[in-house]
Design a protein around this ligand. Structure first.
Ligand code: GDP
Length: 424
């Protein structure tokens, strides 16, 4: 397991955080390689219950080095809030267990506002952005209009750099009719949150190279899922970064690294936060029941998430583009209350049944082909052994396995660290 990635196969919220938290027992280093302070990875362990937005999910394990790679959208303000929140809950976070790549670009004081302004302008056409500034951040990064964390060690140069960016950004803010960002706001940001993150900033590339030479085991942790990948997801209803395992070496600081194991996290049913095509979406009472059972509501404001049965077309595609070598299936316990388990086995497009993911523009025309499998109708959350699972649950897992062509190596039956069945 020298180099392993844990990645999402669906639309995100598959339970990657709980898998990283569990598997870090076998790793020395956990690296986040993309994404920003999104809705968060939830982990429950002996230290308590935590929602990790930007911090890698290894922070709760003693002896693990957590790395924020150059591919993340590094929001100093939100990161400081998150560090202080976890420290307040008794988790030790210091440069001994957290480092930030000097090449990570910074999410600047105007990115969150620009995100909100653009979503408001789009009205009904909005993308369902989490308004954390992630889309404006990545577009600016690619336009070379932000700064890298390491520039904080060059105070005069970074001030000059930021002054030019602020001037340019104020032109754009004025187009939206918004207030310009003042120099004092940038100065306060530099003197407060940026000062606080400086002790963590390092040359991550050298650290990871040495870690590799010392045979340390490295785990790459992704955010969101394959259907939200910028290049391979349901564009434009994607995130603004690459969530695929193939990007992990680049976004981490080990370009060209060989990843031996890619663990694809698949949820036992589907959920989708945000807008865009979601072919297997359920409506009405069936959806309400599944949503209640799975607790598919926003923690922030109780907003209901979209839900559906497992989508074998999308899951197979996710496994392919992630090049997953094995599967972790999560939330199987949730389906224990259902008489019958719906499965989206194919799509119907222009009167024809298809089992390959079509081009994104064809997705709104697709309808799900649903089959029902018998439910196991009991609580499996205490099961820890494959052979103790009801036959119907085993059949369900085996069907997923056959459909995606990969072994389901872990089956999660509860949110707690040890609510897991390991196979083989
Ligand atoms: P991530 O972003 O992929 O890490 O996923 P989230 O943390 O956003 O969402 C997964 C949610 O499901 C969290 O609330 C987890 O605590 C919960 N969860 C994860 N695995 C299981 C499971 O096997 N059973 C149950 N009941 N809940 C789970």
């Amino acid at each position: 397991m020298a180099c392993t990635a844990i990645v999402g196969i669906n639309w995100g919220d598959e339970g990657k955080g709980r898998m990283v938290d569990l598997l870090t027992e076998s790793f020395d280093v956990v690296v986040r390689f993309q994404g920003g302070t999104n809705a968060g990875h939830k982990v429950i362990n002996e230290n308590g219950c935590f929602t990790l937005h930007l911090l890698p999910s290894g922070v709760c394990r003693k002896g693990v080095m957590n790395v924020l790679g150059n591919g993340v959208a590094l929001d100093p303000e939100k990161l400081v809030e998150e560090i202080e929140d976890l420290q307040g809950k008794g988790i030790s976070i210091s440069p001994d267990n957290l480092m930030i790549s000097e090449r990570a670009s910074l999410l600047l004081p105007w990115h969150r506002e620009l995100d909100a302004l653009e979503e408001a302008r789009l009205k009904d056409m909005k993308f369902g952005s989490t308004k954390r500034g992630i889309a404006p951040f990545y577009s600016d990064k690619h336009q070379k209009k932000t700064v890298m964390a390491g520039e904080l060690f060059y105070p005069d140069a970074i001030r000059k750099h930021l002054e030019g960016l602020r001037e340019w950004k104020n032109l754009i803010l004025s187009v939206y009719g918004a207030e310009p960002v003042k120099e004092e706001e940038v100065e306060a940001w530099l003197n407060d949150s940026c000062e606080k993150i400086k002790p963590y900033i390092r040359d991550v590339r050298s650290y990871l190279r040495e870690a590799q030479d010392d045979d340390k085991r490295i785990l790459f942790e992704a955010q969101l899922g394959a259907l939200r990948d910028l290049d391979y997801g349901s564009y434009p209803y994607t995130t603004s970064s690459n969530v695929l395992a193939a990007y992990a070496p680049i976004g981490s600081g080990l370009p060209g690294a060989q990843i031996d194991h890619i663990i694809g996290v698949v949820k036992a049913y589907s959920s989708c936060l945000g807008e865009g095509p979601f072919v297997c979406e359920m409506q009405g009472k069936e959806a309400e029941r599944l949503r209640e059972l799975g607790g598919e509501f926003s923690e922030k404001d109780g907003h209901p998430y979209r839900v559906g049965p497992i989508d074998l077309v999308a899951t197979r595609y996710g496994v392919q583009v992630q090049t997953a070598t094995e599967i972790a299936l999560t939330k199987l316990d949730i389906l224990g209350a259902l008489e019958q388990i719906p499965v989206c086995v194919k799509y119907r497009l222009d009167g024809q049944e298809i089992d390959e993911m079509p081009f994104p523009a064809a997705l709104p025309k697709c309808e799900p082909v649903i089959e029902y499998m018998p439910g196991w109708k009991c609580d499996i959350s205490d099961v820890r052994n494959w052979w103790d699972l009801p036959e119907e649950a085993k059949d369900y897992v085996n069907r997923i396995e056959r459909s995606v062509g990969r072994v389901v190596r872990w089956i999660s039956v509860g949110p707690e660290r040890h609510s897991i069945i390991r196979r083989g």
